[in-house]
Design a protein around this ligand. Structure first.
Ligand SMILES: Cc1ncc(COP(=O)(O)O)c(C=O)c1O
Length: 388
């Protein structure tokens, strides 16, 4: 059957040079980024300081709305930040951890940066409760739900686990949290762009992520959705002049908060990164996450099938409904294999407790999947020959 999504391949220069199976780490750069960056430089060069009023000051709003549309967020409910860790900090700064409700529940399968941030909040009074994985692949949902209690303030949790691509049961976690008066900060970095996310349907309190993986938006842009009813009430203490009711009044004294999304910003926005991310975000919107998901389920299933045929360990859920866009394969000598694959311009990565991560996106062909697996087979054969 013809794969209609392959017509987008010509938009991504690196696809003609490499076998690019690493969109869970850094999505391929759309060629449109060259024009976007030239546009940025031209505007700066020709309009100088007027660029702020003509484009730059409104860019965070524009980009936030474009990203928001991908997760069915209402207009003006998504702010942009340099990365996910900053998003966590903005949310944490809205709360006080000195009361009885000061428990933060998360799992050891969260991305480490998020973990380091919350562990450090112990110094601010947060009682951090970490739920541990049993198998290194999944999160024990029942134990996680049981840990969320009346003293829980926040549950910062990944939607899709970076190591194994396990899809957490976000709906159950959010429902349980709301039943006991806690809030959920869902990290959708590894889902948005490859697994459907609907923040309104989930009724999630906060959602954050970045654009550099599945959205092909490059480094430097994180995003934070705040549910509109919370957005108008919360007062982040990690704040700054972008969040002021009238930034250009340069008023002295405490902040007077403006409305979302600017309310959740702080200092001068990261303009070049915001410009660079738009071509990728727009392509993902045009392609449609539903179509990406269908293809991803098929190609990740094929990867698992091929790994099984070779008897390699698969550290990713086999149920497609519980699996995001990545397949982690721990073949023998997986770290060395990953180095050799990179030398052969087969772009993948390796993570401890995961193995070689392969992440096909909408622009990958079935042949590329086969080529990567054939290369692993060849490398392993070569290694067994060279070992005395
Ligand atoms: C689920 C998840 N969260 C967060 C991050 C990164 O956080 P930050 O944007 O703060 O670097 C990653 C990977 O880079 C990730 O996979």
């Amino acid at each position: 059957m013809a794969d209609d999504l392959l017509r987008y391949r010509s938009e991504f220069p690196i696809l003609s040079e490499t076998t690019y199976l690493i969109s869970n780490s850094l999505g391929a750069m759309p060629r449109g980024v060259y024009d976007a960056m030239k546009g940025y430089a031209d505007l700066w060069a020709t309009r100088g300081v007027k660029a702020w009023e003509e484009r730059w000051w409104m860019l965070a709003l524009e980009v936030g709305n474009e990203i928001g549309a991908l997760m069915n967020a209402g207009k003006n409910s998504v702010s942009t930040h340099p990365n996910v860790t900053t998003c966590q900090a903005v949310v944490a700064s809205c709360f006080d951890f000195s009361g009885k409700r000061n428990k933060v529940v998360y799992t050891d399968m969260n991305f480490p940066s998020v973990m380091y941030f919350w562990e450090a909040q112990r110094k601010r009074g947060a009682r951090v409760h970490m739920v541990k994985t049993d198998d290194g692949i999944t999160v024990p949902t029942e134990r996680l739900l049981a840990a969320i209690d009346e003293e829980t303030l926040l549950v910062p949790i990944s939607h899709v686990i970076f190591r194994s691509a396990f899809i957490n049961d976000a709906k159950a976690i959010i429902e349980r949290s709301h039943r006991v008066g806690a809030m959920v900060l869902l990290d959708v970095f590894q889902s948005l762009g490859t697994v459907p996310v609907d923040v309104q349907e989930l009724n999630v309190d906060f959602a954050c992520g970045g654009v550099l993986k599945w959205l092909c938006g490059g480094p430097g842009v994180g995003y934070l959705y705040v549910r509109p009813d919370l957005g108008t009430k919360l007062e982040p203490t990690f704040t700054g002049w972008s969040a002021h009711e009238n930034s250009f009044e340069f008023a002295v004294g405490p902040i007077r908060y403006t409305d979302p999304p600017y309310r959740f910003l702080n200092g001068t926005p990261h303009i070049p990164a915001l410009e660079a991310c738009l071509p990728g975000v727009r392509i993902i919107k045009e392609v449609g996450v539903q179509r990406i998901r269908e293809k991803s389920k098929r190609q990740t299933a094929r990867l698992i099938e091929l790994a099984d045929q070779h008897g390699w360990r698969v550290n990713t859920p086999r149920d497609p409904e519980k699996r995001g866009g990545t397949v982690s394969i721990d073949m023998p000598d997986s770290q060395e294999v990953s180095r050799e694959l990179l030398q052969r311009k087969i772009m993948i990565d390796w993570r401890p407790k995961a193995g070689v991560r392969m992440a096909p996106h909408f622009y990958n062909t079935d042949d590329e999947i086969q080529r990567a697996i054939n290369a692993v087979e060849e490398i392993l054969k070569g290694r067994s020959v060279s070992v005395p």
